[in-house]
Write a protein of this length. Structure first.
Length: 387
């Protein structure tokens, strides 16, 4: 640490150049923090709070193909299944096409029994059961649009028209559900309507549901139970595919493409540019200080000492920009966590920080080593003469 004042002074020798380089590094590591956190979500890190004891049964071909409700008694009879809920994606927008959020038609009694990690006040649950046009919404969704119990919610379905051909549906918000415990309910941005009213009023598709959601007693038997359900309907017109809720969510995301490859390609391009920029900065800084480096050698600094000073300066520059960038990334992710929109929770966990720190040291060494080797090999005579 005794050489830190010297390193700090040489780093800020050209303030404008240092600031511009720092801003570039900050932007690069801000992007790294956000994209690696997103990468973690797409690889399963963002669905850790999904129920380990929940299974999803869908049509084997695609979750967009409905399954008939006549399968319900057979699924319920499978040993180890505690409760079964079914749902149909509604696909509506609120007032403006940009105001999209997940809505599902469900049976209230079954939903309340299956999704026990979401809590709904008893009087609101009763109102949901007693009114056919009733709907409930997650607290996050209600806060997003400023909804309160008693509001009339108009939705325009992009999928299901009413029997009169209109796509304008209206629902009465009778309840707002919350987490049973902190972050326990990953459905806080969803809205749920009554399946019986929806099924009767829609123009087509009566008697079908998109998926079945099963609550099982023992998460360790998830694979066996899923396999038993799929075997029941094997070689039938309604073949099924049963998987954990986590795997179902990941498969849905993966349909967008190889997002990990896309994100890593973006980061690769960014850091290649940063390597060129920072490498040019360090090379230019060392060239300007050749006489000073020669003076250091006359004062007793060894070749290794000069090498270490230049590499340390490069590392200091990259660490400074990287830490500030990651700090900003954490701030952005914290703000997004409280934003009134539903999105996967981004978090810079230990894995993301390990990648960031390795990148800081890697970039620092790569851009600092060439000018450091040049400084190490510099002869005192050539250096003092400015060559």
């Amino acid at each position: 640490m005794k050489y830190f004042p010297l390193l700090w002074a040489t780093l800020w020798r050209k303030k404008t150049r240092t600031w511009l380089t720092l801003f570039s590094l900050i932007a690069a590591f801000l992007l790294l923090g956000l994209l690696q956190a997103a990468n973690s979500v797409f690889n399963g890190g963002g669905v850790q709070n999904l129920g380990a004891n929940l299974l999803i049964t869908q049509a084997r071909v695609s979750f967009t193909s409905p399954l008939p409700l006549r399968l319900l008694p057979q699924i319920e009879a499978v040993p180890g299944v505690e409760s079964v809920s079914f749902s149909q994606f509604f696909g509506g927008v609120y007032k403006d096409p940009k105001n999209f959020f997940p809505q599902f038609a469900v049976a209230p009694e079954r939903w309340l029994k299956t999704f026990t990690e979401c809590t709904l006040p008893a009087e609101q649950a009763a109102a949901w059961k007693n009114s056919r046009t009733a709907a409930i919404a997650g607290k996050q969704l209600a806060e997003r649009f400023g909804w309160k119990v008693g509001d009339r919610i108009p939705l325009v379905s992009q999928i299901f028209p009413l029997k009169d051909g209109s796509r304008a549906w209206e629902f009465d918000l009778v309840g707002i559900f919350d987490n049973t415990s902190a972050d326990s309910c990953p459905r806080m941005g969803n809205m749920y309507i009554r399946y019986d009213y929806f099924d009767e009023a829609r123009l087509f598709g009566q008697g079908g549901a998109g998926i079945y959601v099963l609550r099982i007693a023992d998460p360790n038997r998830a694979e066996a139970i899923g396999r038993q359900i799929d075997q029941m309907f094997e070689n039938s017109p309604d073949e099924t595919k049963t998987q954990t809720e986590k795997e179902f969510s990941l498969n849905f995301v993966r349909q967008l493409g190889n997002l990990s490859l896309i994100l890593n390609s973006i980061l690769g391009a960014v850091f290649f540019t940063i390597l060129l920029l920072t490498g040019n900065t360090m090379s230019q800084a060392v060239r300007e200080r050749i006489p000073e480096l020669a003076v250091l050698k006359t004062l007793g600094f060894t070749n290794g000492g000069v090498l270490g000073l230049v590499i340390a300066e490069s590392l200091l520059l990259c660490l400074l920009g990287g830490l500030v960038g990651m700090g900003l990334a954490n701030a952005v992710m914290g703000a997004l966590a409280h934003a009134p929109v539903q999105m996967p929770p981004l978090k810079a966990d230990a894995h993301v920080w390990a990648i960031a720190l390795a990148s800081m040291f890697g970039v620092g060494l790569l851009v600092g080593l060439p000018p450091a080797l040049k400084a190490m090999r510099l002869s005192i005579v050539d250096g003092l003469s400015g060559r």
